[in-house]
Design a protein around this ligand. Sequence first.
Ligand code: CTP
Ligand code: CA
Length: 227
Amino acid sequence: TAEQFQHGALSGKRVFITAGPTREPLDPVRFISNHSSGKMGYALAEAAADAGADVRLISGPVNLPSPPRVECVQVESAEQMLAASLDGVEQCDIFIAAAAVADYRPVAVAEHKIKKGSEEIMELRLIKNPDIVATVAGLERQRPFTVGFAAETRDVLEYARSKLERKGLDLIIANDVSNPDIGFNSDDNAVTLVSTATTLTLPLGPKRLLARQLIDQIAEHFHRKSQ
Ligand code: CTP
Ligand code: CA
């Protein structure tokens, strides 16, 4: 609406957002993944576009329509999500990592469907995926203002602060996923925004409302830092 365009807190800014799960293939018919719905990332993309940003949404497989006025890049694996995130990142002002990236992928992808053997127990060998948001935050030239999420089931703020530091982020959005009514698959969420100097808790609300508040906060921190 006109009211949202007037707002324009991110007018002319280029924003990349990762969203959804990744899928790590085992063979041509199987993969390892998680239950991320992509709702938070998609809501952030819509809110950022409404705030006037030029938005690229880099998404794993989800069941959501592309938000209007948002460029969508579909990926599957973490490695593909990293490549898509680095493509054009020199032009990116703000990078928001809302994706639930698989921490590990199978060491090898079988060319043909893996057959059931006679053994009762089968073991999978996994190798660590690249950390996308840490890679972006660590760029030496043209590093964007970088925002991550921390989905935790306990010691939420402590873990969030350590991730902020370890990954070299500007902001982290801490998310308590121990309550099944909020987080991952739900329409509602409650988060705390943490920077090295500030902590702000946003109350439980629909992800779309929360996304607007988060974009306002991210814009404020971004503009404060660029001054
Ligand atoms: N992330 C990422 N690439 C990865 C793993 C995580 O970009 N390979 C990003 C997520 O999108 C999120 C932030 O890092 O913004 C934190 O993700 P999370 O899974 O909470 O943290 P991890 O570092 O993977 O630690 P753990 O899962 O052990 O808590
Ligand atoms: Ca993880």
